[in-house]
Design a protein around this ligand. Sequence first.
Ligand SMILES: Cc1cc2nc3c(=O)[nH]c(=O)nc-3n(C[C@H](O)[C@H](O)[C@H](O)COP(=O)(O)OP(=O)(O)OC[C@H]3O[C@@H](n4cnc5c(N)ncnc54)[C@H](O)[C@@H]3O)c2cc1C
Length: 326
Amino acid sequence: MSPKICSDSLYTVFVNEAFEFSIKFYKDNFPEFLEQKGILRLLKSAKDIEKCKLCEGNLPKKFKYLNQDEISFVKKNESRFGGYFFEDGAIIDSAGLIKKMLENIKVVEGLHVEHLDFIDNTYVIENIKAKGVILCAGNSKDFEQLEFCMLKNIYGHRLDIKTHMKLPFHLHKSCSISADKNGMIHIGATHIPNHKYSDSKSYEEYVGQMITLAKSYVGFDSFEVEKIHFGARNSTLDFFPVAGKAINAKETLKKYPYIKNGSLVPKEKYIYHPNMYILSGVGARGFVLAPKIAEILTQNICNNIVISKKIDTQRLFIKFAKKQFI
Ligand SMILES: Cc1cc2nc3c(=O)[nH]c(=O)nc-3n(C[C@H](O)[C@H](O)[C@H](O)COP(=O)(O)OP(=O)(O)OC[C@H]3O[C@@H](n4cnc5c(N)ncnc54)[C@H](O)[C@@H]3O)c2cc1C
């Protein structure tokens, strides 16, 4: 769990707000799964130092800039421009956390949903009946209701590595390296361009590249790769996550075809799948963004609090509609 630095974009502001919200959420509710040793974000150039200084107002409140002398455990060539240290930066034990969160919640495991039938105001999924549905199915192609979100995958690697190397806090530059715990560190990166991904290919070469990169930051010569994780993180085209009502894109475009050429129709007039919501597009920052957008969606469903345009489903629908224009 790491904030975003060196940018004044609205996305950065949102990510850093979500970072503070989510860290507090985990600290208050699941502290045993948070490995909060702080994270050092190394800067890449002298230009970065200037740029980041100007954007410090967007950073989470607790941060400090450390110069090269203060981060002597990072190799000289990589620590030249110093870095920002965030004491709240953390690693989360994702499997442990999720197991704990689901305690006392009825979970049906291993059910592949093929139909979401809506009968007598009720969704019927096999033998489950539900008044409402929240689709958190990542970038699943199984649900036509998700098509208008045009989600894409971003592929990522994480390695669990056994080593005697000691690292006092988590570190990020072009890849992330965790602080050591019980003789283990984790290295992760988003480094396989989507156009190079294919189901049939092996990604060994990329694992090698990631280890070489990590070794250029901190020295660890003897090590053993214990486990390789690889997965797709689903993302929207504008990188903001998406939470809100599931628009019935087909019916809405049938009723208001001129949305395709850019005409504005108030979202209140759209046709929606009844009592169906979407929460997705958390990209590579699921553990940072999900608690915040879950809160936003909860406030919307329970208290009718309007969801900001940046997060709501409408913006993705408008982009989708324009793509249908021929
Ligand atoms: C390698 C890697 C590194 C990561 N690193 C970080 C990190 O540094 N920081 C961070 O915050 N997060 C990280 N994440 C987590 C990531 O950001 C997202 O949180 C994660 O991808 C979860 O997103 P999601 O739940 O929206 O979607 P998914 O993980 O795609 O989950 C969708 C679920 O829907 C289910 N589903 C789909 N279709 C159907 C169907 N028809 N019927 C039933 N079930 C269905 C799938 O089985 C799946 O369980 C990482 C993830 C990976 C893979």
